[in-house]
Design a protein around this ligand. Structure first.
Ligand SMILES: Cc1ncc(COP(=O)(O)O)c(C=O)c1O
Length: 384
């Protein structure tokens, strides 16, 4: 029985969070949205920090949303619990049968669902590092500290290093392809080899950026029972604000995931918009081609100015500089918002720039040129 002093301790302390959560620090979710309002009017803001699309969605998406809102009961009822229309559309584009597709509230929710379904405290989780930070949070919330495996260089395909490190007891492997922040693509045959060599490990391949590189592991989920592929409508489909993603998985994994999945979690407007975005193939292909051309033009322009710039196979480019925080701050003064990734181990000096259209990237270069007039060392690589 609690004594009087125990009780006053408890009252003072207040509710106790789960012991897996108590030690976490909030996810570093620093978006430039608030800062954008303060930009001088002569520099229309260029939001290039979160790898979102830089253009509004296809006109077909807006039309579909308006038509939906004109119906008699668009918002007072819960959404289609199985997102059937969207899953049918995805069946056609992915080649995976609708039963193997689960639509989620952004692909973050897919990653979180897999962690909640498959992880117990102390399980071994391996990630190909450096990687997407939010996955580490979902694992940490399950009481797991992932083992971060890095190849000889952050830009090398991690397959060899992963094969060396994985064990038959590893519960889960996470890799993003193309990877964020490196852009590295792990070929589908490597993923198949990892899955076959470690059949008791659940392998998640995060394909948030796959449309920009054209490679995918999606067809493998039909034959590899330990593979999950996650995807999103937040990047080339231009509807990050509506939060729609999905995962592809075989029958056994899907059965487990459905035990925890909240069928009300994908909003009705998002479902309608995602289907319309999926159907406008020409819009998507044009944007992807535009981003690829703009990425190469940006990298060439940065190199011409003495920068150590790298292209990737996703919608972002990288630049390694002596003063990454200084570069990010300077760009903010001219309305360009990019992301400092230099705190990541093995990724020191790197700043990530989301790539949009050629016109937008040309504007970025023009603003960089203005900064270089007073700070000629702005793009200088680190010494040595
Ligand atoms: C590798 C990776 N996975 C997942 C996400 C999250 O995407 P969503 O908007 O679908 O939650 C991101 C977002 O930047 C990402 O970079």
């Amino acid at each position: 029985m609690a004594t009087r002093s125990d009780r006053s301790d408890i009252l003072e302390r207040g509710p106790r969070p789960s012991r897996h959560i108590a030690g976490l620090t909030p996810y570093d979710a620093v978006s430039s949205l608030e800062k954008m309002a303060a930009v001088p009017p002569d520099f229309p803001p260029l939001k290039l920090d979160w790898n979102e699309s830089t253009v509004p969605p296809s006109p077909g998406v807006v039309r579909a949303i308006m038509e939906f809102l004109g119906d008699s009961h668009p918002l007072n009822w819960y959404p289609d619990l199985r997102a059937d229309a969207l899953r049918k559309g995805l069946e056609r584009t992915t080649g995976v049968p609708a039963e193997g597709i689960l639509v989620t509230n952004g692909s973050d929710a897919a990653l979180d669902l897999v962690c909640r379904t498959y992880l117990d405290p102390g399980d071994e989780v391996v990630v190909a590092s450096p990687t997407y930070g939010h996955f580490l949070v979902f694992a940490a919330a399950r009481g797991v500290t992932p083992v971060e495996v890095q190849a000889a260089s952050p830009f090398a395909v991690p397959t060899g290093a992963l094969l060396d490190r994985l064990r038959t007891t590893t519960q889960l492997l996470y890799l993003a392809s193309p990877n964020n922040p490196t852009g590295v693509v792990t070929p589908a045959e490597d993923v198949a080899r990892l899955c076959r060599t470690f059949p008791s490990t659940l392998v998640i391949v995060d394909e948030a950026y796959h449309e920009f590189c054209g490679e995918t592991c999606a067809p493998l989920v039909r034959t590899l029972p330990n593979l999950v592929v996650t995807r999103t409508f937040s990047k080339c489909f231009s509807i990050a604000g509506l939060r729609v993603g999905y995962l592809l998985a075989g029958e056994g994994v899907m059965r487990e995931l459905l035990k925890l999945h909240n069928p009300k979690s994908v909003n009705a407007v998002g479902q309608v918009a995602a289907l319309a975005a999926l159907q406008d193939r020409e819009f998507r292909e044009t944007y992807v081609a535009e981003v690829r051309a703009a990425r190469e033009a940006l990298v060439a322009a940065l190199r011409a100015r003495g920068a150590e710039a790298r292209s990737t196979r996703a919608n972002f480019a990288l630049v390694r500089v002596a003063d990454p925080a200084g570069l990010v701050r300077a760009l903010e003064t001219v309305g360009v918002f990019v992301r400092d990734r230099s705190h990541i181990r093995g990724f020191e000096g790197y700043v990530r720039i989301t790539v949009g259209t050629r016109a937008q990237m040309a504007e970025v270069v023009r603003r960089i040129d203005r900064l270089l007039e007073t700070r000629p060392d702005l793009l200088a690589p680190p010494p040595g």
